[in-house]
Ligand binder design. Sequence first.
Ligand code: SAJ
Length: 422
Amino acid sequence: MKFNNICMVGLGYIGLPTAVVFALRGVNVIGLDINHRAVDNINHGKTHIVEPGLEDALRRTVAAGHLRATTLPEAADAFLIAVPTPLVVDEHIRDPDLTFVEAAARLIAPVLKKGDLVILESTSPVGATEQMAVWLAEERPDLTFPQTHGEESDIRVAHCPERILPGHALRELVSNDRIIGGMTPLCASRARALYKLAVEGDCIETDCRTAEMAKLTENSFRDVNIAFANELSLICDRLGINVWELIRLANRHPRVNILQPGPGVGGHCIAVDPWFIVSQTPEEARIIRAAREVNNAKPEWVLTKVHQAMAEHAAGADTPARIACFGLTFKPNIDDLRESPALNIAARLTELYPGQVDVVEPFIQDLPSGLEGKTRILRASDALSACDVLVLLVDHDDFKAMPAPAGKRIIDTRGVWTGRPS
Ligand code: SAJ
């Protein structure tokens, strides 16, 4: 059966590039979002998110009539849901919040018709796709769903987690392999047929619970491995060993591939998704929880290193030291500040040392609201002459291209200046 048109529900960091990629292949895409301004912008070919190449591609697909956005649900042959699945955080518990998935399911339910396919793309705890199907069924008792009618159901339901790297969305959406988790084998093969319209990577069919767990596993794998590198950085600091050299040497072993330490783990995925596993299986997920704790503790450790440097400076100087934070974004060469440990460290420093902190961030023109009025953005050369304590937080190429600053106290969380081979 052909897909005459598809509906992308949620036009954010994942949904908008996905909508564009399908539309670029000539599929008729309706983008559905509750944000009127975003919808308006998209219909004028303007993006509200920063992603290389996206605005240009969006403009072309809108002009060609293959993509249009709306705030009201319309009939389509397939619905792809990419809405946030945040964590509810209190002192002891971090649980996934499926409110947005539920709202999206109830929003599209009235326009569903026999033969439609509904795919959950949002990163989700195990069981979320089945739960989504229950919400759909509650709204549409006139239709049948896989949980009650298996392969005979009117509506097909699947989970297909997104796995793109922000900054490379358009390329990775097409080239990455996709895991297609159907509630039944027919659900999976129908979903596979849809993704094959745009995806050049392999589309591998499985069940929806395995697909949900696969996505959580990928990000937890990375988190655990970053935690290992971060733990090594603490151990090496205590033992007087250069951790960057150590990792370079250990990685010469053919079966060792240690990741890089940093000031902590940022972004909306790797610092969040492992908690979905811990929340469902707290007794068993011991390493995954420990990794989260190690990575979450890293910014505090960086702050103690800055305090030490400030105290050492104060012991030998008449004037208070100035601090320069190099980088605010959550990873290099992008302008994305989401859950950035660098931003968090810079903000804490401006509170602890008011009036003494400058920031160098080549990817940001205006200070984010938390830093407004508390610091200023300087060029690297000005910060180098104005500041005594340099805190390297992001490994932007611009910083890597600089010679290692001399005669300053340096806290280099990324090994950009102090980790180079001698
Ligand atoms: N980081 C380190 N050391 C490293 C690698 C990363 O400290 O050696 C830090 C980064 O600086 C950053 C954080 O980890 O703060 C996360 O960055 P990332 O580049 O590892 O990943 P994200 O969050 O941009 O995207 C991840 C990707 N998942 C994996 O690589 C397994 C991406 O493929 C997923 O689609 C995305 O999460 C997502 O949406 O879940």
